[in-house]
Ligand binder design. Structure first.
Ligand code: ATP
Length: 441
């Protein structure tokens, strides 16, 4: 894709997200805080839909998964044991002239020593730890140091024993968490792709070591299936086998799911085999009753499970879904072709004319109230002419617009207009809920 076109698409998405209340710059009225974003009404709805679809498939839809919601502030001991205090860093270079900082591994390899902003000379790379440190309590000494978690995974590991004691799960089983993570990224960029505060959906799936290859393949398929269900453009998804020399310190095998963003092919989600690295470091064990064999001296079944980790970024998922859905085949009518279940608004209800009380009354009491009660994500739209209302709903990806006109008053039917085809259908008011439910499924 030509560079200009790429920038154009990102600009359109960023502008649509602000104008239509999806995503705003964090702390915007004070000039913004780099790497942070605030989520407007439709952004929250889309994000919730992504998280709910994930929880439904991977937690509620399974018998072997246990949810957890751990604290964001975690003891420094957790991060010492996990290796993050020593090793969670990126190489950073500083420009000696303008003092701007960059990630050394993201600079143009042919221009390593030149500042991309001012052309000044760049200094030597230094390791920069990306964790946000804070102090907890009124006394400030080394014992009060805590960190905002840079990943949700450790919140799962440190609750492994609690979960085993409470639920007595048999191997293989998983623990799942959705929550915020914080990284002091050297160069946050590309809209919500690289932020300093973001959200993750992570699973730690505990297995016997001998089974790791089988479950690695299994989770790779599960991840792809979920993306397809959510409406990711699968032609833009690619699997990258991470080379051994590039693996994270804990990983024995990693596959990155990459997405063709307008700014390049970059990581969307990851799947890692973490071995027993984390549970061993936290000195956690499990009694595997099925494999209990005192003759082997294995301590009556005591063992350290191994782990497969499918990890998903909520924000990168949201950006990829927005880009997958953005459709401007007709430049007069750009629209977001979300899967209906993902759309922030499922349907919009409109009285044909807003100055005709009989239409407004019918639309409000008999249609809007009923649909709102049933689906929640329903909009009331009576502003401007019908064409303008359709455009407005198309832009935010509303699959169906329902119009109450003068015929409705006598035949109790409404016009349902389809976002993708523009076709219109008359539907009985009494059939509307089942009509939409059928289409949603
Ligand atoms: P990258 O190489 O792009 O920095 P990573 O390999 O460090 O990413 P992981 O540690 O594997 O990322 O984090 C798991 C997931 O969390 C990523 O696949 C991504 O979806 C999301 N993620 C990571 N860092 C960020 C960030 N700064 N902003 C938004 N999402 C992020």
């Amino acid at each position: 894709m030509a560079k200009e076109k790429e920038n154009e698409i990102m600009e359109k998405i960023v502008s649509l997200c602000k104008r239509r209340g999806f995503i705003f710059q964090g702390s915007e009225i004070y000039g913004g805080l780099a790497g942070t974003f605030d989520w407007g009404h439709f952004g929250v709805a889309l994000k919730n839909n992504i998280k709910q679809a994930w929880w439904k498939k991977f937690v509620d839809g399974r018998r072997d998964m246990y949810g957890i919601d751990a604290a964001i502030l975690m003891s420094s001991k957790v991060w010492e044991a996990s290796g993050h205090v020593a090793g969670f860093s990126d190489p950073m270079v500083e420009c000696q002239k303008c003092k701007r900082r960059f990630r050394a591994d993201q600079l143009d390899p042919n221009l390593q020593e030149i500042c991309p902003e001012c052309g000044g000379k760049l200094g030597e790379p230094k390791q920069f730890n990306m964790m946000f440190q804070t102090k907890v309590g009124a006394v400030e000494d080394s014992s009060s140091v805590a960190y905002l978690r840079p990943e949700t995974a450790q919140g799962i590991f440190v609750n492994f024993k609690n979960t085993v004691d409470a639920f007595h799960p048999k191997l293989p089983f998983g623990m799942a968490q959705i929550g915020k993570a914080f990284r002091n990224e050297i160069t946050p960029r590309d809209f919500i792709f690289r932020q300093r505060e973001f959200e993750q959906m992570e699973i730690e799936y505990f297995i016997r070591e001998t089974d790791w290859e089988k479950y690695f393949e299994y989770w790779k398929e599960q991840m792809s299936a979920w993306m397809e269900e959510c409406g990711f453009d699968m032609t833009k998804i690619h699997e990258l086998e991470v080379a051994p020399e590039d693996l994270a310190h804990y990983s024995k095998r990693t596959v990155d799911f990459e997405f063709d963003y307008p700014f390049g092919r970059k990581e969307l989600f990851g799947l890692a085999y973490r071995g027993s690295f984390d549970l061993s470091n936290h000195k956690l064990e499990y009694v595997d009753e099925e494999n209990s064999d005192p003759s082997t001296g294995s301590g009556q079944g005591k063992m350290v499970p191994h782990v497969i980790e499918p990890t998903f970024g909520v924000d990168r998922a949201m950006l990829a879904i927005l880009l997958s859905a953005y459709n401007e085949e007709d430049p007069e009518r750009p629209f977001l072709k979300f899967k209906p279940s993902m759309a922030p608004v499922i349907c919009a209800v409109s009285p044909l004319l807003k100055n005709k009380p009989e239409l407004v009354e019918y639309a409000n009491a008999k249609v809007y109230a009923m649909l709102k009660n049933e689906f929640g994500r329903v909009a009331w739209d009576d502003n401007g002419n019908i064409g303008k209302r359709y455009r407005r709903q198309d832009e935010i990806g509303t699959p169906w617009c329902i119009v109450i006109d003068f015929d409705t008053l006598t035949d109790d039917s409404v016009t349902v207009r389809d976002r993708d085809t523009g076709t219109q259908e008359r539907v009985k008011v009494s059939d509307l809920v089942s009509y939409i439910k059928n289409k949603l499924n």
